[in-house]
Design a protein around this ligand. Structure first.
Ligand SMILES: *Cc1c(COP(=O)(O)O)cnc(C)c1O
Length: 363
């Protein structure tokens, strides 16, 4: 018998009914007037979500492709970048920058802590000529949200562009692309956009366009100029995943109908309930609570509990999928994600499941 689990993992997330219906529509031609109408509506909606008057593009790729596009379009080999890393996804910026031959400076913060703008500033002072600061809005691996506005301010004060991986926070946690001076912001479909994996989103500022004109990293598939030229014709440079575009239009309608501010408030409320319920069970937050994420709650593995065994039991018995730890945190933490259309009802369900498991009701 097929069963549908409740996905409380940080992607893929649950898909609401009207988005599923849109995803099931027959594919349309990507050079058709229908597609042109669809991409026009999507672009307008995405700009609202990014809170930008700049450009917004949709890529057929997972979020990491969007991260790669942000680098190859703005930087040249040997350019100096600073990565403020707070976990697995900050480390991905480091690995990617190294792979592309950038000169990478990194500042690592303790897992569970947010990046400290003062520390970042002290490094920038010693590193004149840093071209870009690479940030993670919401560090999915540890459950913290970084102070992007303050970090961006520091970067700009030192003449560096600001590139933000906002994959697990965009459309869930406030991020003001223009007001905070963010040059490229990256999002992904399978997080708060309530879609299957397969699309990445990018915002591009005026300054990022200036950098683009002289950027020398090799690029072909991910090229802002090609994307812009195609978008003016209501198209994408290469064949896009038209079914996901149709789903994206539905998800953007849902998000904008609810209102961005309401979406942020709802995520904050659900996250606060999650933290309250798990603490009441005696579980300990892994993240510094002052920076605890509104999309993913990371918890220390309770003494004597094998979290991978626990997660397997909770999935088998209750049909609720939780996430373990990534990288060095494997076995040490587990994570409850609450982004997209997760509601308080789902938090009650998972806290009841955890309570039963921790009370030893494992038969
Ligand atoms: C999910 C995620 C990504 C993208 O991962 P993909 O597997 O490429 O979609 C990037 N950054 C963060 C913070 C994420 O949570």
């Amino acid at each position: 018998m097929e069963r549908e689990d409740l996905l409380l993992i940080p992607g893929p997330t649950m898909i609401p009914p009207e988005v599923r219906a849109a995803l099931a529509a027959p594919p349309i031609g990507h050079r058709s007037p229908q597609f042109a109408d669809m991409i026009a509506e999507i672009t307008k909606g995405l700009k609202k979500v990014f809170q930008t008057e700049g450009d917004a593009f949709v890529l057929t790729s997972s979020g990491t492709g969007g991260m790669e596009a942000s680098l190859v379009n703005t930087l040249s080999p040997g350019d100096k970048v600073l990565v403020a890393t707070t976990g697995v996804f900050g480390d991905r910026w480091v690995q990617m920058s190294e792979a592309f031959g950038l000169e990478v400076e990194k500042v690592r913060f303790e897992p569970g802590q947010a990046a400290d703008p003062e520390k970042v500033e002290s490094i920038l002072k010693k590193s004149p000529g840093t071209k870009a600061v690479l940030l993670t809005q919401n560090e999915t691996s540890t459950g913290i949200t970084n102070p992007i506005q303050a970090l961006a301010e520091v970067a700009r004060r030192h003449g560096a562009a600001v590139i933000v991986d906002a994959t697990s926070g965009l459309a869930a946690i406030d991020l003001k692309t223009d007001a905070w001076g963010l040059d490229v912001v990256v999002g992904g479909s399978q997080k708060a956009f309530m879609l299957p994996p397969g699309l990445a989103f990018l915002s591009v500022s005026e300054r990022a366009w200036e950098m683009h004109r002289s950027a020398k990293l090799p690029r072909f598939y991910w090229d802002f100029s090609k994307m812009k030229a195609s978008l003016e014709k209501g198209q994408t440079p290469f064949t896009p995943n038209v079914c996901l575009f149709s789903g994206l239009r539905a998800s953007l309608r849902r998000i904008l109908e609810e209102g961005l501010e309401n979406v942020f408030r709802r995520h904050a409320k659900v996250a606060a309930l999650a933290r309250k319920r798990v603490k009441a069970l005696g579980l300990e937050l892994f993240a510094d609570e002052a920076h605890a994420s509104n999309t993913v709650t990371a918890l220390k593995a309770p003494a004597g509990v094998d979290v991978s065994e626990m997660n397997r039991f909770i999935q088998d018995r209750y049909g609720i999928l939780l996430a373990g730890g990534q990288g060095d945190l494997k076995g040490k933490i587990f994570r409850i994600a609450h982004l997209g259309c997760i509601s308080e009802r789902d938090i009650f369900a998972v806290s009841e499941a955890l309570e039963n498991y921790l009370a030893g009701n494992r038969g």
